[in-house]
Design a protein around this ligand. Structure first.
Ligand code: ZN
Ligand code: ZN
Ligand code: FE
Length: 754
C-alpha cells in the first residue's frame, strides 16, 4: 500500500513497468487512500522493485508511506492495472494543477504530431488536476472530462502502460476533446484555430479579451499598448493595483526585467506562478501596468492555450496583461454564464472553451527572498498541497475559518492540514458564496467532517459568523482565537515547531481585534500554541474616522503627529494634502474621542510615514502606501532613528521628530524612507534582545502582512541572526492573513487537548 501524491502523476504505469523489469506478476490499483499493489516473484526481485519505488518514483509523485505485508503466492499470468476501488471514509491527497510539460509543448508545435496546435494537450506529467476533479479517486469519470468520450487513438494511448499518456485522466485530442471559440456580444465569431488567430488579431489592435483558462478567466491585452492597458483599468474600475503579465518564455521576460537564477527557476517550475521581478529601465511595457512601482509580476504561459496565445510572431506583443477576470474586489469568474454577464462590460471578446472548471483558483504570486520562494498569494498549482502539523497526536478534525481579508480556510485530518487556495476578501456576497462552496468541496474531497470549529475573535468577520452558524447547526464546539496569536501559531506550525519551548512573535500587520477590544497590529508576543503574553506593543493611536483612515493614510499621519504633540504645520505633505475643513473635523475627532478607535497597527505606522514623506496620501488598494514607501527606499542607506521603548510601549514620537526635521532640511525621500525602515528593524532587534535577557527565549517568529515588505524583512532578519536568534519566517504560506487559518487550527487542536 502506497500513500501520498500517487494518483494523476503516472504512478501506476511506473509500477507496471517496474514490475515487468523485475519479472513480477500481480496487479496495481488506485484506492481512495492510495495505491495498492500485489506482486508475486523472487524475493530479490521484490526487494529491487521496492527499492525502485522508494528511490526513483515518478517526478510528480510524493510518497508519504509504503507499507508491505506478505501474502500467499497467487498464480497471476502477468501484471495488470485494475479498476480503481473506492473505500468509504478514506482519503487521499489531490495533486494541484501542473503547467504544460516540455514534451507536450514540443508536440504542440510539431506539425507532424496529431495534437499539433491542440489547446488541451496534456499527459501523465502535466495538465489540469485540482480544478477539474469532482471526487476521489482521481479517475476520468470523476472529473469534468467525463463528458468527452475518448476516440480510438486517445483510448489506445490511455490504455497502453508504456505510453506517456497511460491513464492520463484529462487526455484528449482535436477529434474527441474540448474545443475553443471566440465570441463577441453573445455571437460566435470563429471556432478552433481561426478563433485563436482572430483573438491574436484583436489583441494586436488593442482590444481586451476575456480568456477562459485553467482555474478561471483572465482579461488579456497588449501590455506594451498604454491605451489598451488604461482602457482595461477604466473598465475594470481598478486605478493603480498592478496587473499580472504573461510571456511565452524566459527570454521575453528577461527583456523587461532583471531575473536572478532563483527567479528563473521559479518562473520555469512546474507551478509557473507569478513572480515579482525588478523592472529594467528600458522595458517597453506600459508603465500603466504597475503604476508607482519598480516591479512587474510575470508568469510564463502555463497551459497549451496560453502557449498558442503568446506564440512569438513579428509584430505581435511578446507580453500580455493577464489579470484575473473579475470586477474590482469580486472573486475570479469561472462559470461561463457568470463570466459572460460580469465581464461583458470589460471585454471586447471572449475566448472560450467547453472544458468545465470545477474549482476556481487564482494564479499564485511569489517573490524570491534570500534565494528561496516567498509567497504573496498561494493558490494555483500549490493548493491543495498538505501542510504537516508538527507534534500532534490523534487531534480532532478542525475547520478553521480564517480572517476577513485575503481569506483562506483550513481543514485538518490527523496530522494533515489542508489550507485552501486564496479565497479573497470576504466583504461581498460573491466571495462569501465561493468561500462556502469551497469549504463544502474540500470537506467532501478529503473526507473531513469537522469535530471542532475555530474562528477569529472578531465577531463581525463573515468567516466568524459562518463558523458560529455551523457550530449551532451541527452542534459542534466553537473556539475563537486572537488574530495575532493565530499569526504566530501559523508561522510556528509551518516551520515544524512542536511547541516545547515558548517563542517571541513579531506580529506586525494592518489590523486584528485585540483581547482588550482595541485594534492590534504592532505586537510583540511571547507564547506557544496554548497561550500568549504581550510584553511589547506599539503605542495606541486613535484612528480618526475609523475604517476611513485605512483608505486615507494622510489622516493617519495627522493622528500620529497629534499623538506625538507635533503641530500640523503647513509644509508637511500630509497637512497640505488635507483641506482645513477636514483638518478641523479630524482635530475634533481626536480631541473629543469621536469615532476614533485605538490602534497599535504597524501597517498604519507605515501608512503614516508614507504620507508624511509625501509619497501616498490616499490608497486605491490595500497596502499601497507601504508598498510605494518600500519601492523608493535607498538600499545603500544605513542610518536610522530612535523609537522610545518605555515599559511595554514602543513609542514612535522621537522617530516622527527626526524624520520631519530631516525632511525640512531637504534630505531626499529615498534616504528618509530607508531610515524609517531601518528604525523599525533596529527597534525590533532591541526589543528582542531585552526580551531574551528577561525570558531566555531565543526563537523569533516573523508573521503578519507587514513582512511582505522585503526591505524591512531583510534588515530585521539580518540583525536578529547577527545576534544568534533562531528566526522563523513563512515559506509555505503567505505571511499575510492567508495564513491565519492554519494558526487557528493549530491553537484549536492544542486548546481542545486540555
Ligand atoms: Zn505533458
Ligand atoms: Zn482523441
Ligand atoms: Fe493579520
Amino acid at each position: 500500500m502506497v500513500s501520498g501524491i500517487v494518483q494523476g502523476v503516472g504512478f501506476r504505469p511506473f509500477i507496471y513497468t517496474t514490475a515487468l523489469q523485475n519479472h513480477l506478476t500481480g496487479w496495481v490499483r488506485n484506492t481512495s487512500s492510495g495505491v495498492e499493489i500485489e506482486v508475486n516473484g523472487e524475493p530479490q526481485y521484490i526487494q529491487s522493485f521496492l527499492n525502485s519505488i522508494k528511490q526513483n518514483p515518478p517526478p510528480l509523485a510524493r510518497i508519504d508511506s509504503l507499507n508491505t505485508t506478505p501474502c500467499k503466492p497467487n498464480l497471476y499470468i502477468g501484471f495488470e492495472i485494475l479498476e480503481s476501488h473506492s473505500e468509504e471514509g478514506k482519503f487521499l491527497p489531490v495533486s494541484p494543477d501542473i503547467s504544460i510539460c516540455p514534451d507536450c509543448q514540443r508536440e504542440l508545435f510539431d506539425p507532424s504530431n496529431r495534437r499539433f496546435r491542440y489547446p488541451f494537450i496534456n499527459c501523465t506529467n502535466c495538465g489540469p488536476r485540482f480544478t477539474i476533479i469532482k471526487d476521489i479517486p482521481y479517475d476520468r469519470p470523476k472529473t469534468t472530462m467525463a463528458e468527452f468520450a475518448l476516440c480510438e487513438a486517445c483510448k489506445s494511448e490511455y490504455d497502453d502502460p508504456l505510453d506517456r499518456r497511460f491513464h492520463a485522466q484529462p487526455v484528449a485530442c482535436q477529434v474527441c476533446g474540448p474545443t475553443i471559440w471566440l465570441e463577441s456580444e453573445g455571437k460566435l465569431v470563429e471556432n478552433g484555430e481561426k478563433a485563436l488567430q482572430e483573438t491574436r488579431n484583436w489583441i494586436r489592435t488593442g482590444k481586451i479579451i476575456a480568456v477562459k483558462g485553467l482555474g478561471g478567466y483572465h482579461l488579456a491585452c497588449d501590455a506594451t499598448n498604454t491605451l489598451a492597458v488604461s482602457e482595461l483599468r477604466k473598465r475594470k474600475k481598478r486605478s493603480d493595483k498592478p496587473f499580472a503579465l504573461m510571456a511565452f518564455d524566459i527570454q521575453s521576460i528577461e527583456k523587461h526585467c532583471f531575473v536572478s537564477e532563483e527567479e528563473r527557476d521559479l518562473l520555469l517550475s512546474r507551478q509557473r506562478p507569478i513572480v515579482i521581478l525588478e523592472k529594467r529601465p528600458d522595458s517597453l511595457i506600459s508603465p500603466a501596468v504597475t503604476p508607482f512601482q519598480n516591479t512587474f509580476g510575470f508568469m510564463i504561459a502555463y497551459t497549451p492555450l496560453h502557449c498558442l496565445l503568446l506564440e512569438p510572431e513579428e509584430g505581435y506583443p511578446d507580453v500580455l496583461v493577464m489579470t484575473s477576470g473579475n470586477l474590482s474586489e469580486e472573486p475570479i469568474a469561472y462559470a461561463d454564464q457568470d463570466a459572460r454577464q460580469k465581464l461583458s462590460s470589460i471585454a471586447d471578446g471572449f475566448l472560450l472553451h467547453n472544458r468545465k472548471i470545477h474549482m476556481r483558483v487564482d494564479d499564485s504570486v511569489l517573490r524570491i527572498f534570500r534565494n528561496k520562494p516567498y509567497f504573496l498569494r498561494r493558490s494555483r498549482s500549490y493548493a491543495p498541497d498538505i501542510i504537516e502539523l508538527p507534534g500532534v497526536k490523534n487531534p480532532p478534525s478542525v475547520l478553521a475559518t480564517g480572517a476577513e481579508l485575503k481569506n483562506s480556510f483550513c481543514l485538518t485530518r490527523q496530522n494533515s492540514a489542508f489550507v485552501s487556495h486564496f479565497i479573497g476578501d470576504l466583504e461581498n456576497l460573491e466571495t462569501l458564496q465561493s468561500y462556502e462552496e469551497a469549504i463544502v468541496f474540500y470537506e467532501q474531497l478529503f473526507r473531513i467532517k469537522p469535530d471542532l470549529l475555530v474562528a477569529d475573535l472578531h465577531p463581525d468577520y463573515l468567516a466568524t459568523q459562518y463558523a458560529r452558524q455551523c457550530s449551532s447547526v451541527h452542534q459542534l464546539p466553537f473556539i475563537s482565537v486572537q488574530h495575532h496569536h493565530a499569526h504566530m501559531a501559523a508561522c510556528l506550525a509551518e516551520n515544524g515547531w512542536t511547541g516545547e519551548e515558548p517563542v517571541i512573535g513579531l506580529c506586525f500587520d494592518g489590523s486584528g481585534l485585540g483581547s482588550d477590544g482595541a485594534i492590534w497590529g504592532g505586537e510583540v508576543l511571547t507564547g506557544d500554541y496554548h497561550k500568549f503574553k504581550r510584553p511589547y506593543q506599539l503605542k495606541y493611536v486613535p484612528l480618526p474616522g475609523g475604517d476611513l483612515v485605512v483608505r486615507k493614510p494622510a489622516r493617519m499621519a495627522l493622528a500620529h503627529l497629534w499623538q506625538a504633540g507635533i503641530e500640523w504645520e503647513p509644509g508637511i505633505p500630509s497637512v497640505d494634502y488635507i483641506c482645513s475643513q477636514e483638518r478641523n473635523a479630524i482635530k475634533a475627532q481626536l480631541e473629543h474621542n469621536l469615532n476614533a478607535p485605538l490602534t497599535s497597527s504597524m501597517g498604519r505606522l507605515f501608512d503614516a510615514a508614507s504620507s508624511l514623506l509625501g509619497i501616498r496620501h490616499e490608497v486605491n488598494y490595500e497596502g499601497q502606501a507601504a508598498i510605494e514607501l518600500e519601492a523608493i527606499a535607498d538600499p545603500n542607506e544605513t542610518g536610522h532613528y530612535e523609537l522610545q521603548v518605555i515599559d511595554n510601549i514602543i513609542d514612535p514620537t522621537p522617530l516622527w521628530y527626526s524624520l520631519l526635521k530631516d525632511w525640512f532640511r531637504g534630505v531626499s525621500t529615498p534616504i528618509l524612507s530607508a531610515r524609517f525602515h531601518n528604525s523599525i528593524a533596529y527597534t525590533t532587534e532591541k526589543v528582542c534582545l531585552s526580551l531574551r535577557d528577561k525570558s531566555g527565549y531565543n526563537t523569533v517568529a516573523l508573521c503578519g502582512g507587514v513582512w511582505q515588505n522585503l526591505f524591512l524583512l531583510e534588515r530585521t532578519v539580518n540583525r536578529l541572526e547577527l545576534n544568534k536568534f533562531t528566526v522563523l519566517i513563512h515559506r509555505k504560506l503567505p505571511t499575510n492573513d492567508a495564513s491565519i487559518s492554519l494558526g487557528q487550527a493549530m491553537i484549536a487542536i492544542h486548546t481542545s487537548e486540555q
